[in-house]
Design a protein. Structure first.
Length: 226
């Protein structure tokens, strides 16, 4: 039987998980799965169906009609396909961040997406990032990392990212969104955001991206050399 490696990176929004995970996936030739993008895609489906982000009965009812596919383009970018339509850009809208955070607190949504996520790790070396990868999705991952940074620093990083994308948002909007989602994601009863047992906790406040990247590459190399 072939042996596949799995790396789980969890942490609050704006901690740099996806940027670093993508870079690591490239260096080690692993498949990168951004699970937040999957929750965001459910958020788009719910919004498109005219259902409120906190309407649990409405969201649960619409789940069977949601078909989500993931494609990786030539640059390793994960494209999200919702019922045949590419929603990769749309899922990044600030409005969808709130939808994703709200619907992700619903147990029906989490179980709807669980197997979809696990399937990737059965057939690939993966680096998966999210909120519950080390605690729920891949509790037996070879390496679990909990990546965090101060709310101010995360808001600043996210603000700069949105500006580069041309999305209109002020720094205060972004900070408010981060604080809202931190509270939502860590206080919910279904798979709350918390470090997994055995996770390496990395606070990247004050680090450059390269420093955090190299640190994590070192941890992966150490695991793979055993
Ligand atoms: O990582 P992100 O900001 O793109 O994630 C969007 C939302 O999805 C986030 O507020 C919480 C939720 N999420 C989750 O509950 N579990 C995951 N594994 C990934 C994301």
């Amino acid at each position: 039987m072939s042996r596949y490696y799995s790396v789980a990176i969890d942490g609050p929004s704006g901690a740099g998980k996806s940027t670093i995970a993508k870079m690591c996936a490239e260096r080690f030739g692993f498949l990168y799965i951004d699970t937040g993008a999957i929750y965001r895609t459910v958020g788009v489906a719910v919004r498109n169906a005219g259902i409120g982000s906190k309407d649990e009965a409405g969201v649960t009812a619409v789940l069977p009609s949601i078909d989500i596919a993931i494609r990786h383009d030539g640059n390793g970018l994960q494209r999200m396909i919702l019922n045949g339509q590419d929603v990769t850009d749309e899922i990044r809208l600030p409005e969808i961040s709130i939808y994703a955070s709200d619907v992700s607190a619903m147990p029906a949504v989490r179980s709807f997406l669980l197997e979809k996520q696990r399937e990737f790790a059965r057939t690939n070396n993966v680096i998966m990032d999210g909120r519950d990868i080390g605690t729920v999705v891949l509790p037996d991952a070879d390496l679990k990392i909990f990546l965090t940074a101060s709310p101010d620093e995360r808001a600043q990083r996210r603000f700069e990212e949105l500006q580069l994308r041309g999305t209109q948002a002020t720094y205060d909007d972004v900070l408010r969104d981060i604080v809202y989602r931190d509270t939502n994601d860590s206080r919910r009863s279904a798979a709350p955001l918390r470090p997994a047992e055995g996770a390496v906790i990395l606070d990247t406040t004050g680090n450059t991206l390269t420093q955090s990247f190299e640190l994590i590459c070192g941890l992966i190399e150490e695991k793979m050399s055993r």
